[in-house]
Design a protein around this ligand. Structure first.
Ligand code: AMP
Ligand code: MG
Length: 362
């Protein structure tokens, strides 16, 4: 066998090997770039990967995540965040500088001019209040506060429930959507004395409508916006498949109970694990039946799929109070809205339009 040493290679062979080596290196680099994402994190914290822009943060009392794809995705995400911050400042009733707080402070003083955002939210919330015969009520704030469900999330320190007398008094004096007047033509609202508005069950859904519309105006074709479990999707995923949204297990936190495929839709969940306290071995969740004044405890969670964000948010709260039978009556007014109820025994009820679509994991 004859060994060929380096010295014995002639010049042309050496250049051929050099060329092959360079080519292999170039291919390796191209392959590497193709299989790993090239992330470009801007000063604004927006991460750009290809033409998908992403950003996570905290607003409206919850964590949010935006993931938008399109030629102008970075600009779209920046615009969406500015809008989210504007709405947060406008609708936070725990911030005395917000427009909602100023409106609440002027209850009993006649008409108050408000922004079109508040008119839009009231249009939907008052409509659901009327059609649900008061099971949903945007003027529930005083009762929410009486029960001690102010801003906290998750498990609230245990405390005794309010007395029946306190509950009745607040129901009589401070709650009642019939005491909210709205003049959509002149952008004015009038609250009777004692009334306090609470958009805690509507603001995130409304924000999703605004943000998805804004993203579309930047020609975003695929997108997912998650505002603390209130989700809005634009189109389908980039691979042409629907977005698969997980429904959380109400008791095994962190586990998935089911998956719902959606496209160009909105999804919201109201759950008794999201904010609650326990007393005497009973769980008191943050959604209250305005007819009794007590938290409603039949359902562990209700998930809604809807054609608008505000409807998904508002109806998840309304149907949490109503349950599947009375909920079905309410849904006749809202075409395209579907619901998944999970009761305390983890038994599910699914509306017909969603039945064949949901994949239950448990
Ligand atoms: P969500 O998590 O979207 O179901 O919203 C729950 C929030 O809605 C609560 O924290 C309260 O601020 C408010 N809320 C509770 N009960 C009702 C009700 N019956 N109607 C309207 N809003 C309610
Ligand atoms: Mg809701």
């Amino acid at each position: 066998m004859q060994r060929i040493g380096c010295k014995e290679l002639d010049r042309s062979k050496r250049s051929l090997y050099l060329l092959l080596f360079t080519l292999t290196l170039a291919l390796a680099v191209i392959g590497y770039r193709a299989t790993t994402s090239i992330n470009d994190v801007g000063e604004d914290g927006i991460v750009l990967t290809g033409d998908t822009a992403e950003k996570s943060g905290f607003a409206m009392g919850t964590y949010y995540k935006l993931q938008l794809t399109g030629e102008h995705s970075r600009k779209a995400v920046a615009a969406c965040i500015a809008e989210l911050e504007r709405l947060d400042a406008l609708l936070d009733r725990f911030d005395p500088r917000s427009e909602v707080s100023k409106l609440n402070a002027r209850a009993g003083q006649g008409w108050v001019e408000v922004s079109p955002d508040i008119i839009s939210i009231l249009e939907t919330t008052l409509d659901v209040a009327i059609k649900s015969r008061g099971a949903y009520d945007p003027s529930i704030a005083a009762l929410v506060d009486l029960w001690g469900f102010r801003e906290q999330r998750g498990k609230i320190p245990d405390h005794a429930p309010p007395s029946p007398q306190q509950i009745q008094q607040v129901l009589r004096e401070n709650v009642g959507y019939q005491k909210v007047q709205m003049d959509a033509v002149n952008n004015r609202v009038s609250l009777a004395a004692g009334i306090v508005l609470d958009f805690g069950s509507a603001a995130k859904g409304y924000a999703l409508d605004r943000l998805t519309a804004l993203a579309k105006s930047f020609e975003v074709e695929h997108g997912l916006i998650d505002l603390g479990g209130n989700i809005g999707v634009i189109g389908v995923r980039q691979d042409g498949k629907p977005w698969n949204i997980a429904v959380r297990h109400p008791r095994e936190l962190g586990e998935v109970f089911g998956v719902i495929p959606v496209k160009d839709q909105y999804l919201a969940t109201s759950g008794d694990y999201q904010r609650y306290f326990t007393w005497d071995g009973r769980r008191y969740p943050h959604i209250i039946d305005p007819h009794t004044g007590y938290p409603t405890t039949d359902y562990a969670s209700v998930t809604i799929v809807a054609p608008t964000g505000i409807l998904s948010d508002v109806l998840s709260t309304a149907l949490f109070v109503l349950g599947p039978e009375r909920g079905a009556d309410l849904l006749t007014h809202y075409p395209g809205v579907e619901a998944l109820y999970i009761d305390q025994n983890m038994q599910v009820t699914i509306t017909p339009g969603l039945k064949d679509v949901v994949q239950l994991v448990q």
